[in-house]
Write a protein that binds this ligand. Structure first.
Ligand code: NI
Length: 169
C-alpha cells in the first residue's frame, strides 16, 4: 500500500466531473487500498478518488468511532437513488479544504447504489453521519466541494484566507 498525495483547494482538478469506471482491472483494488491507507493516515472518514488525482467515480469511507472495529467500504460508480429529510451537517470538513469547517445542509437519509471491488452490486441505506459522508463524497465526483454549498460570503472569506496563505508561503 502507499500513501497518496491529497489534491487541495484551489486546485482546479477538484472541479472535474469524474468518469465512470467501465473496466474493473487490477488497478482498481490497488487504488482502493491506497485510498484507504491515505484516508486512515489523514484521520478522514471518507475520500473520493479525485482527491488523490484520479478522476474516476470511486469513493471509500469508514465512519466508525475511534477505538471501535473498522468498517471500511468502497463504492465504485456510486449513485444516490433516494434522498429524504434534511439535517444540518455540523462543522463539516474535507481533507482537500484545509483549516476550514462549516455547517452544511444535507439530506438526512439516503439510499446509494454502487459496486464493490469485485464488481458486486451494493444497495445501502444510511442516516445521519453516514448519509452525510456519502453525499459529500458523491459531490466530489461531480466536482462539488462542501464550500460550494455554504453562503457565498463565508466561501469568499475562506478563498481570501487561502490566497493570502499561498502568497505568504
Ligand atoms: Ni471531501
Amino acid at each position: 500500500m502507499a500513501m497518496l498525495k491529497i489534491v487541495k483547494f484551489p486546485d482546479p482538478f477538484l472541479k472535474r466531473k469524474c468518469k465512470p469506471v467501465d473496466k474493473m482491472d487490477a488497478r482498481i483494488p490497488k487504488l482502493i487500498e491506497d485510498m484507504a491507507e491515505t484516508m486512515y493516515a489523514s484521520s478522514g472518514i471518507g475520500l473520493a478518488a479525485i482527491q488523490v488525482g484520479v478522476d474516476q467515480r470511486i469513493i471509500v469511507f469508514d465512519t466508525t468511532e475511534e477505538n471501535k472495529e473498522r468498517s471500511f467500504l468502497e463504492l465504485i460508480n456510486p449513485e444516490i437513488i433516494k434522498m429524504e429529510g434534511s439535517c444540518v451537517s455540523e462543522e463539516e470538513g474535507c481533507l482537500s479544504v484545509p483549516d476550514f469547517k462549516s455547517n452544511v445542509k444535507r439530506a438526512k437519509s439516503i439510499v446509494v447504489q454502487g459496486l464493490d471491488r469485485n464488481g458486486k452490486k451494493k444497495t445501502l441505506s444510511y442516516n445521519d453521519l453516514r448519509a452525510i459522508v456519502i453525499q459529500h463524497e458523491v459531490d466530489h465526483l461531480n466536482g462539488i466541494l462542501f464550500i460550494d454549498r455554504i453562503s457565498s460570503l463565508k466561501r469568499e472569506l475562506y478563498k481570501r484566507s487561502i490566497k493570502k496563505q499561498i502568497k505568504n508561503s
